[in-house]
Write a protein that binds this ligand. Sequence first.
Ligand code: NAD
Ligand code: TYD
Length: 347
Amino acid sequence: MKNILITGGAGFIGSHVVRLFVKTFTSDHIYNLDALTYAGNLENLKDIESADNYSFIHADIQNLEVLTEIFETNKITHVIHLAAESHVDRSITDPLAFVKTNVLGTANLLQAAKEYWKDEYTDKLFYHVSTDEVYGSLGDTGFFYEDTAYDPRSPYSASKASSDHFVRAYHHTYGLPIVISNCSNNYGPNHFPEKLIPLMINNIIHKKPLPVYGEGLNVRDWLYVIDHARAIECIFSKGENGETYNIGGHNEWTNIDLVHVLCDTMDEKLNRTQGESRKLISYVKDRAGHDLRYAIDATKLKDELGWVPSLQFEEGLRKTIDWYLSNDSWLENVTSGAYAQYYKSMY
Ligand code: NAD
Ligand code: TYD
């Protein structure tokens, strides 16, 4: 039996991973460790919170002593590490918060695993969830591959790159069994509305300006969050010790084209006149150091482990919009209080 510690399980991607693991690995136990920062929300997991093979642990990965105790008490055999500060804009205003959680927090978790496993690595795994942003920024052509040199350019991506390096260092130095995956931009239900897609959906609902950075020509490669969770399950089950896998959907959009599709689809869903929401688009000052383009080549994951995305973008986007429209109380809960203050200071 595995005792699987998933960190950041109350967040956007983590909650989908926790749900998939609780439902898939019914003879194993899933421990969801989360500090419940502004981005963590246990409402995301209401449907599985009373499952026999699930427990929530309220803890901060910045605290090594607490982590050590958690490994011992729960006899942790596997880790899937998603807990992180994850928003580039916040990393520009408060970089040190990213160093504390993403760098120090990851090092703490590695250290706790190494100390508890005591060089006995049979049936153990440390799975680190990372981002394609560690590879830097692409021009108009080309893709990120698993062996693309790291070139992080925001405090967020620098902190994630550093955490990836620590994971590999523990593998090479101490033999810790690890896998790393680097994924492109995710979208889907439960996404906190500070990131592009949910922010635009929320603003369209409320007829608020749609802030597009610069000229809106930056390109992102979007993947439905449940497909990311499926990829994590696939790599967890079949990935090779020490390997890195890129995850992406070959689905590139300029920000402005994507905002146009969101506006038009929302006009249709909300019975508004076509073109009404596009009028809300407002070009604002560009993000400092804004990476131009991300694009993932996920051939290795497909060829070696057989993973492919299950959803086309148009379908995923419709599902996402439907989810936000029918979960207005979720949106209201996460956009009250601290979020309102953040929004006021950003835009
Ligand atoms: P998120 O911000 O929605 O969730 C992060 C979670 O981590 C929250 O529940 C938060 O409470 C928790 N957390 C933060 N600091 C913590 C700490 N010190 N101790 C314990 N828990 C803490 O993030 P997300 O978008 O779900 O991303 C999850 C992971 O996936 C991150 O590691 C991120 O770098 C990576 N990733 C995200 C994307 C994306 O598009 N969102 C793409 C690729 C990779
Ligand atoms: P984001 O969702 O923050 O993800 P990331 O920066 O990690 O890729 O942003 C996606 C793209 O959308 C990025 O190019 C910045 C842009 N963007 C806007 O134009 N306006 C916004 O209000 C936000 C949040 C992002």
